[in-house]
Design a protein around this ligand. Structure first.
Ligand code: PAF
Length: 280
């Protein structure tokens, strides 16, 4: 596996491997890698000739300075995990490399209302930062296929919309959520959970499953209210539990009238914010 810190070196290498019907797969990450990330790498490696992974803790998508500061950074362990996972090149840039002061890296896309609901309502400016960095990384890597996890369902939907509006020549591939044996969705934030909240957190998956089992019996609003109550009773601090249209992320009134519905939630486990979702 090659490791590049400068975009010019990454691009020089990409020039040598591109072409001859070879496909490039790209997995953008913020590091603190776990098996969820590795499943994206493995899928990309299976479907492309070359796989590039980036590790960049993007400051523009953090609306809380202490969250940015506390975000786990484990580059040594990440490199060990990537070697042998099917990743051909790791891009590990500095902030100056991604956002050079002499370059306008802003992107203009109209994401409304995708970016104002759910996560957008609680993390203002977050998705503008995600769009900015993913666009910039796509410009640098120019992959054929972009791999993103279902765990960040709203993020993925927004990136799909960005690709559509800007007519970017890249195919977005959604990779299913990887879970711990007890059902907790894998996340870089899980390592920061206290033992007590780590024991409680798998309730999220059980509630999502129970919501899925009850879709024919209860209305959307009943299911949402029930799930919020269950999360609170378990000792979590839920921010939202919403059943939305899987494409538009708009609230739905009836499950029978919707082709694709997704239950999305966010809750605090102590001072760690967890998100999860399930396609219904
Ligand atoms: O999902 C993430 O880890 C980040 O939001 C992403 C897509 C790498 C952009 O910084």
């Amino acid at each position: 596996m090659y490791l590049f810190q400068r975009s010019v070196d990454l691009q020089n290498w990409l020039e040598t491997v591109r072409g001859h019907n070879r496909k490039i797969g790209f997995v953008p990450t913020m590091g603190a890698l776990h098996d969820g990330h590795l499943s994206l790498i493995r899928q990309s490696a299976a479907e492309n000739s070359f796989t590039v992974c980036s590790i960049f803790v993007n400051p523009t998508q953090f609306n809380d300075a202490s969250d940015l500061e506390k975000y786990p950074r484990t580059p040594g362990n990440d490199i060990e995990l990537l070697v042998g996972s099917g990743c051909n090149a790791l891009f590990l840039p500095t902030v100056e490399e991604v956002y050079p002061t002499d370059l306008d890296t802003s992107v203009s896309v109209d994401l409304h209302p995708l970016d104002t609901v759910m996560e957008g309502a609680f993390r203002p400016g977050h998705f503008a930062g995600v769009v900015q960095v993913v666009y910039r990384l796509l410009q640098l890597v120019q992959p054929d296929q972009l791999y993103m996890g279902q765990k960040d369902y709203q993020q993925l939907t927004i990136i799909r919309e960005m690709i559509r509006q800007l007519e970017l020549p890249v195919k977005l591939v959604m990779v299913p959520i990887r879970r711990e044996p007890d059902g907790l969705a894998m996340s870089s934030r899980n390592v920061r959970l206290s033992p007590a909240f780590r024991a409680i957190a798998p309730v999220i998956h059980r509630i999502l499953q129970q919501v899925k089992e009850q879709v024919d019996e209860k209305s959307v609003s009943e299911l949402e209210a029930w799930a919020m109550q269950q999360l609170a009773e378990a000792g979590l601090r839920p921010e939202y539990f919403e059943i939305v249209d899987g494409n538009t992320l708009k609230a739905i009134s009836s499950l029978s009238k919707t082709k694709s519905a997704v239950a999305c939630m966010a809750a605090w486990a102590g001072d760690i914010r967890l998100i999860d979702n399930m396609i219904l």
